[in-house]
Design a protein around this ligand. Structure first.
Ligand code: ADP
Ligand code: 5GP
Length: 189
């Protein structure tokens, strides 16, 4: 597929983008998830090749050097994340559109590269307090990682205006339905 499309979901950690992307993947939408690479450790039930390709720091850096990434970011200090060229090509070759769950800077980077072929969606929690509550309730981060994510969330919020679309994730069902409609319109448009 030469003119495959990209659907990019970005947001500060804890806003609900993974929840919304997982919902879309369960519905009748011709999309496939771009599994990113990272050097962070798996958490909970995360599986290699499903949630992420979990790499050592050395492996990650070697892929940067060999230009294996379409984009990559040091999202948090010493925590690297990146989109592999092979992943996107594989999904387009399958006749599907690619859906991304990536950080705000990575999302804007892809939008800049692909222009109208990309729909960039910013998921916004109703407030920073709500975001903090959700992140704490998710119970996946130790204190240091939680603080790192909350520190970054405030500055990331300021990027919302550069996205094609902002979805406020207050009531989850409403946010999921809105995401579904917009993605279907984009794919069919
Ligand atoms: P992100 O991928 O942006 O880091 P998650 O999808 O992991 O965020 O969501 C963070 C937490 O908030 C999860 O525990 C999720 O179940 C919960 N959550 C997501 N959306 C809502 C919502 N609208 N109302 C209440 N809790 C939510
Ligand atoms: P987490 O550790 O919670 O899974 O992800 C942390 C942040 O990294 C999230 O904002 C997530 O969207 C982002 N992220 C995941 N994969 C990628 C990627 O391939 N590139 C970029 N730039 N960010 C990513």
């Amino acid at each position: 597929m030469d003119q495959g499309k990209l659907i990019i979901f970005s947001a500060p950690s804890g806003s609900g983008k993974s929840t919304i992307v997982r919902h879309l993947l369960r519905r009748d939408v011709p999309i496939e998830f771009s599994v990113s690479a990272t050097n962070r450790a798996p958490r909970g039930r995360e599986e290699n090749g499903v949630d992420y390709y979990f790499l050592s720091s050395e492996e990650f850096k070697s892929k940067i050097n060999s230009k294996a990434f379409l984009e990559w970011e040091e999202v948090y200090p010493d925590h690297y994340y990146g989109t592999l060229n092979t992943e996107v090509d594989r999904i387009w070759a399958n006749g599907k559109q690619v859906v991304f769950d990536i950080d705000v800077e990575g999302g804007l980077n892809l939008k800049k590269q692909f222009g109208k072929r990309a729909l960039s969606v910013f998921i916004k929690a109703p407030s920073l307090d709500v975001l903090k509550e959700r992140l704490m309730a998710r119970n996946t981060e130790d204190q240091e990682n939680l603080n790192m994510r909350l520190d970054k969330a405030q500055s990331e919020m300021a990027y919302a205006k550069y996205f094609d679309l902002v979805i406020v994730n207050d009531d989850l069902e409403i946010a999921q339905e809105q995401a579904y409609q917009k993605v279907m319109d984009f794919i069919n448009g």
